[in-house]
Write a protein that binds this ligand. Structure first.
Ligand code: FAD
Length: 195
C-alpha cells in the first residue's frame, strides 16, 4: 500500500484501539486471542484467520505448475503452460500466482478482469485468432477499509500511492457498494457504465 498508507493505518488502528503484531509467527489460537511464538498474546473478541500465503490443496495436489507458495503459474493471459506448451487450462483470481510489481495484491476487481479476459481469450483461440487480453495492465490496489464508523480509502498503482480517511461517509459508501455490486451481479438492475 506504500509507506504513507501504512503510517496512516497505524493512526487509524490506534484511534480504534486495535492492537497490531508484525513479523511474529502464530503459535496457536485461543478462545479469546492469538498466541505468538514468543508467547505474547493479542487479545480478541472474535478471531478470523485468513491464510493468504498458501495455495488451495486442490491445486497443490494436482500436477499443475505452481509458484513456490502453491498458486497456479499463469502468463499475462491467464494461460497455464503444460509440457512447455500453452494449454487450454486457465487460472484466474486468488488461485492464480500474480506476476507484476512488488506491491501487487490479489483484488476482487483483478479477479473480475481475469475472468472477462479468459472468456475473451478462449473465444479468440477458438476462432484461431492470436488476439489476447492480459490482466497485468489492470493491476492496482483499490480498497475501502470499513471501520464501522467511517473508512480508509487506499489506492496504489505504478505512479501513485495514497490513503485518506473518510469519516462516517466511507462506511455508507462501502455498504452502498456492497449492495450495488450484489444486486447488479444478480441482474436485478443494470450496471452503470465503467462500474
Ligand atoms: C479480508 C479481505 C478483504 C478484502 N478486501 C478487498 C478490497 O477491499 N478490494 C478488493 O478488490 N479485494 C479485496 N479482497 C480480495 C478479494 O476478496 C479477492 O481477491 C477475490 O474475492 C478473489 O476472487 P476469487 O473468485 O478468485 O476467489 P473467492 O472470492 O475466494 O471465491 C472462491 C470460491 O470458491 C469456493 N470454494 C473453495 N473451495 C471450494 C471447493 N473445494 N469446492 C467448491 N467451491 C470451493 C469458496 O467458498 C469461494 O466462494 C479482500 C480479501 C479479504 C480476505
Amino acid at each position: 500500500m506504500g509507506d504513507q498508507a501504512l503510517a496512516m493505518m497505524d493512526k487509524m488502528f490506534a484511534r480504534q484501539e486495535l492492537k497490531q503484531r508484525f513479523g511474529k509467527k502464530i503459535k496457536r489460537f485461543e478462545e479469546d486471542g492469538v498466541v505468538f511464538e514468543d508467547d505474547s498474546k493479542l487479545e480478541s473478541d472474535f478471531t478470523m484467520f485468513i491464510p493468504a500465503g498458501a495455495g488451495h490443496e486442490v491445486v497443490t495436489n494436482s500436477d499443475l505448475p505452481t509458484s513456490e507458495a502453491g498458486f497456479v503459474s499463469v502468463n499475462d493471459f491467464c494461460e497455464v503452460t503444460i509440457d512447455e506448451k500453452i494449454s487450454n487450462v486457465y487460472a484466474i483470481g486468488d488461485t492464480a500466482a500474480l506476476e507484476g510489481p512488488d506491491w501487487r495484491a490479489k483484488q476482487g476487481h483483478v479477479a473480475e478482469v481475469m475472468a472477462k479476459n479468459v472468456a475473451f481469450n478462449i473465444q479468440q483461440r477458438d476462432k484461431n485468432s492470436s488476439e489476447r487480453k492480459g490482466y497485468q495492465e489492470h493491476l492496482n490496489i483499490l480498497c475501502v477499509m470499513d471501520t464501522g464508523d467511517g473508512a480508509g480509502f487506499v489506492f496504489r498503482d505504478d505512479k501513485r500511492a495514497f490513503m485518506f480517511p473518510m469519516p462516517i461517509v466511507g462506511h455508507y459508501m462501502k455498504k452502498g457498494w456492497g449492495w450495488y455490486c450484489r444486486n447488479t451481479k444478480l441482474g436485478k438492475f443494470p450496471r452503470l457504465p465503467g462500474m
